[in-house]
Design a protein around this ligand. Structure first.
Ligand SMILES: [Zn+2]
Ligand SMILES: [Zn+2]
Length: 301
């Protein structure tokens, strides 16, 4: 694993005392089980309804992660009501990427120090480290909660963070029940509780997780740089498709407070389109985007 390096806090003046980059084997058992459980597909088989459910849950949870965990909780690029905030925080939490406060704290740290020694997950420290090494360590199990004081005042969000296993368990149980119910109601669809659990939770969640993590690893390595930002962020069409718009990562590092990450009409940004729809429904408001002037100004390239 990577060697110990100094860790500066958000003011860049004190060193974290517990800079322990060793893997926390006990705490990551669920992460390992999550992957191994996908192998159960050889026993439970496959059906169209199970694959459809997995794809649907990938889509809705990717939206919760990109539009809410990222664009709302980390960057405050729009406003919403407390119930909507909670609903999407809970859907995001079912993605098994820990709670919204922990997620936003590390992401704010990333933007402050992107691709420097204080970035939690820069590919400069190794591709595997930026993809999944960092969050398996003791050091990053905690977060710098001074960066997310705007969210720690909500008890329901603190609850989701503290019991970050709760929503994944709720989803897994619901999927098992759903599969058993379909088995009884529509036996010709050839599904059951175990099959629905494996496809809807385990496979869908593992694919969703690694697609999200590619933004920390690959989106700082592979793609085009439109803007001369201080970091190595890239714009990548394929990653944007996979993550509903997050692949326009160089755009995002250039103007992080924008709810829109595909700056031009040809830069597909599905999360943004859905946010526009939510705005029309009155569920969100005060959405921030980028001015045409700033967007078209490409000094240094
Ligand atoms: Zn980045
Ligand atoms: Zn960001």
């Amino acid at each position: 694993m990577k060697s110990l390096r100094y860790w500066f806090d958000s003011n860049n003046d004190t060193v974290y005392a517990s800079a322990d980059n060793t893997i926390d084997w006990f705490r990551i058992i669920p992460f390992i089980v999550l992957h191994l459980a996908c192998l159960a597909v050889f026993w439970v088989g496959v059906s169209p309804v199970a694959v459809f459910t997995a794809a649907f849950l990938y889509f809705i949870r990717m939206f919760a992660i990109t539009a809410f965990y990222h664009r709302y909780f980390a960057h405050k690029s729009f406003k919403t009501s407390r119930p909507v905030q909670f609903v999407f925080a809970a859907i995001g939490a079912s993605s098994t990427q820990r709670g919204p406060i922990w997620w936003a704290a590390h992401h704010r740290q990333h933007h402050r120090h992107a691709d420097t020694t204080s970035d939690p997950h820069s590919p400069q420290d190794g591709f595997l480290w930026s993809h999944m090494g960092w969050f398996l360590t003791k050091r990053f199990f905690q977060a710098d909660y001074s960066l997310v004081k705007d969210w720690t005042r909500y008890p329901e969000l603190r609850w989701l963070d503290r019991f970050d296993i709760a929503m994944p368990v709720v989803l897994a149980l619901a999927l098992f029940g759903f599969g058993e119910w379909l088995h009884w109601l529509k036996p010709e669809w050839q599904t059951n509780g175990w099959q629905m659990l494996v496809w809807g939770y385990f496979i869908s969640t593992v694919v969703l997780l690694h697609a999200t993590l590619l933004i920390n690893s690959l989106a700082h390595k592979w793609g085009k740089r439109r803007y001369n930002t201080k970091d190595d962020s890239r714009n990548n069409f394929y990653l944007a498709l996979l993550t509903l718009g997050e692949g326009w990562h160089n755009n995002h590092h250039y103007h992080a407070s924008s709810a829109r990450q595909g700056f031009y009409w040809w830069e597909i940004d599905i999360s943004f389109y859905l946010l526009v729809f939510m705005k029309k429904l009155g569920l969100i408001w005060d959405m921030r985007t980028i001015s045409a002037d700033k967007r078209d100004h490409r000094a240094g390239i």
